[in-house]
Design a protein around this ligand. Structure first.
Ligand code: NAG
Ligand code: NAG
Length: 305
């Protein structure tokens, strides 16, 4: 009996956590009460709809920047996906060294300077000279939008900020989805439309997490980098699910995994690995020059004060 009661209690708490997760996913934005999915009779059901906001057609860009050379798993030195005893799942990706990119550039990319943005600004594309959001240039086929929902306490340092991150991963089709594409064309792709708290950005890495009540982390993503003669050395780790052991975590982790990858969390995990390998490799094509321009402008600004 006692066993049954504690099991019942465990399930109740797990359900509460699930509900808290759903609320956390939509917190702060009054318009975000998990909208009903659009009617898509002939579409595959959208994945990851439970805890994340669905992508709305208005979030798709009008135009996408030119693509970079294809990369994917060829840009990974090593990668793995592990299922954990408590139902969690972890992906680990060691990137091939990224030529011409260094740690100062990455730290700036995520932090910006005090007064001027990094990743959240616009830039002239080196291939066609047109101006695009930098986030779209970073991954021309998958990305939609990244923005600071709540800034961190220190200007020019994203530590403590909450970021909104909206992207597909593993977009099917070569060109990426744009405004006006029929929902059937994109509704079945894996995506993220969520808010992550930045745990830390420093000279060696970036850590972010999806936090629920009490600061518990349902999902964590960490990039660690260092300089080398071959280029930036980078390892990315994503933890899907809470890390403690036990029946409670296992029950909650089933929900978290579903939120991450719908009915195919492992496939979502493998697609994420390819997405991340491509994304970071793309930096070599535009970040060094962009960083030099922005660092020079920042130095001029500081000198004229
Ligand atoms: C990275 O490269 C830039 C020049 O593009 C340089 O100013 C900066 O000092 C370099 N950072 C490191 C850590 O080597
Ligand atoms: C940002 O702030 C955090 C917390 O104070 C600190 O640990 C980190 O080194 C800072 N990052 C940079 C790039 O200065």
């Amino acid at each position: 009996m006692a066993g049954l009661r504690s099991l019942a209690r465990g399930v109740t708490v797990a359900l509460c956590i699930a509900v808290a997760l759903i609320h956390a996913a939509g917190a702060k934005d009054p318009a975000s009460k998990i909208p009903k999915p659009e009617p898509r009779k002939s579409c595959r059901p959208s994945l990851g709809l439970i805890l994340q906001k669905p992508i709305s057609p208005a979030q798709l860009p009008v135009e996408r920047p030119p693509a970079w050379p294809a990369c994917g798993l060829r840009c990974a030195a090593e990668s793995s996906l592990a299922h954990q005893n408590n139902g969690g799942m972890a992906m680990r990706l060691v990137h091939r060294p990224i030529p011409k990119v260094n740690s100062s550039m990455l730290t700036w990319w995520f932090n910006g300077f005090d007064g001027t943005p990094g990743i959240e600004g616009d830039m002239a594309h080196p291939a066609n000279g047109r101006t695009y959001p930098r986030y779209l240039v970073w991954h021309p086929t998958d990305h939609l939008e990244q923005f600071t929902a709540t800034p961190g306490p220190t200007p020019g340092n994203a530590t403590g900020a909450v970021w909104g991150i909206v992207e597909f991963f593993g977009t099917r089709g070569a060109r990426g989805h744009v405004r006006g594409d029929a929902p059937c064309a994109w509704a079945g792709d894996f995506y993220t439309n969520t808010r992550l708290r930045v745990q830390r950005v420093d000279a060696n890495g970036l850590a972010m997490a999806f936090e629920v009540a009490g600061g518990r982390k349902a999902m964590q993503l960490e990039h660690r980098w260092h300089d080398s003669p071959e280029g930036l050395r980078l390892t990315s780790v994503m933890q899907v699910g809470f890390t403690p052991d036990g029946a409670l975590a296992a029950a909650a982790n089933a929900v978290v995994k579903r939120a991450f990858g719908g009915r195919h969390p492992e496939r979502a995990g493998r697609i994420w690995i390819e997405h991340a390998a491509t994304e970071f490799s793309n930096l070599q094509y535009f970040l060094p020059r962009l960083y030099e321009q922005e660092a020079a402008a920042h130095a001029r600004m500081a000198a004229s004060k």
